[in-house]
Ligand binder design. Structure first.
Ligand code: ADP
Ligand code: MG
Length: 269
């Protein structure tokens, strides 16, 4: 299969995974074996990369490498050409609600700015702006816990927390996986809007092919262990997307194409 990576001669790569291998049992079994992934830096634009692959193919593991939470058994992980162990501006959103339930929405969002050393008044002003952007105005004094807030609202808090410090890289691991379909669609649209304001590079994991095509600039498909990236699909839909995009003939074709690739990959050894 032919994997086409973007031409990297002119631009820096924001993320480089080089010849990565992962074993959890001293090399008897390899979850990942010789995986390469280069993601080009587009500083003024950011980009939206979606990772697809069967459960257990190592998607969450790749995100943990990029977040600096884990180092691979073999290989190298570079963020903007530097070792990931250096302090990086990477933040992460999980499927499980990743906010602090004993704090209010406002304090949860403001906390991400406290680490940056911003003074209290400025922190709260910026946080309120962010809370409005994610559609939570009026909820800021509620505790970030269920059932005071719904599942969708809690993911809005998590997204606000992840974006407020303007990170270069945002990692999202099935963030909408637990939401009902209507909430999920609303969250997709909100994420598209936010992403265009923040220009971060987002690496997003999902099992939903239609969601993947709707959100992505690029989709990478991982095969089952020993895993590598087996396919890159360039999503050549307009940058600006909305409800109508999903009714576009080309959108439907891309969904079909990705589905076909996923079926091929599931038969690969
Ligand atoms: N700490 C660990 N110890 C042993 N096996 C692990 C550990 N973390 C992940 N794995 C295994 O690695 C494989 C890939 O896991 P993961 O990255 O979570 O896959 P995905 O997110 O694609 O479902 C799975 O089979 C999982 O059981
Ligand atoms: Mg996972």
């Amino acid at each position: 299969m032919n994997i086409k990576f973007t031409d990297t001669a002119a631009r820096e790569n924001i993320i480089e995974l080089k010849n990565i291998s992962q074993s959890y049992d001293g090399g008897k079994n390899w979850i990942i074996r010789g995986l390469d992934l280069l993601i080009e830096d587009k500083p003024d634009q950011g980009q939206f990369v979606v990772l697809l692959g069967a459960s257990g193919s190592g998607k969450s593991t790749l995100l943990r490498y990029i977040a600096g939470l884990q180092t691979p058994t073999e290989g190298e992980v570079l963020i903007k050409g530097k070792s990931v162990s250096d302090k990086q501006r990477v933040s992460m959103v999980f499927q499980e609600y990743s906010s602090l339930p004993w704090m209010t929405v406002l304090d949860n969002v403001a906390l991400a700015l406290e680490y940056k050393g911003m003074d209290k008044k400025e922190r709260y002003i910026k946080s309120m702006e962010m809370i409005e952007l994610v559609g939570l105005a009026g909820q800021e004094m509620k505790y970030a816990q269920y059932p005071a807030l719904s599942g969708g609202q809690l993911q809005r808090v998590a997204i606000a927390r992840s974006l407020i410090a303007n990170p270069e890289i945002v990692l999202m691991d099935e963030p909408f996986g637990a939401l009902d379909i209507r909430t999920r669609i609303q969250m997709q649209d909100m994420l598209i809007d936010l992403w265009q304001r923040f220009n971060s590079t987002i690496i997003f994991v999902t099992h939903d092919i239609s969601e993947a095509v709707y959100l992505a600039d690029d989709i990478y498909i991982m095969k089952s262990p020993p895993s590598i990236i087996v396919e890159h699909i360039d999503i050549d839909l307009p940058l600006r997307r909305d409800h109508n995009t999903k009714r576009d003939k080309h959108f439907t074709e891309l969904v079909q194409q990705v589905e076909d690739e996923m079926m091929k990959v599931s038969d690969m050894k």
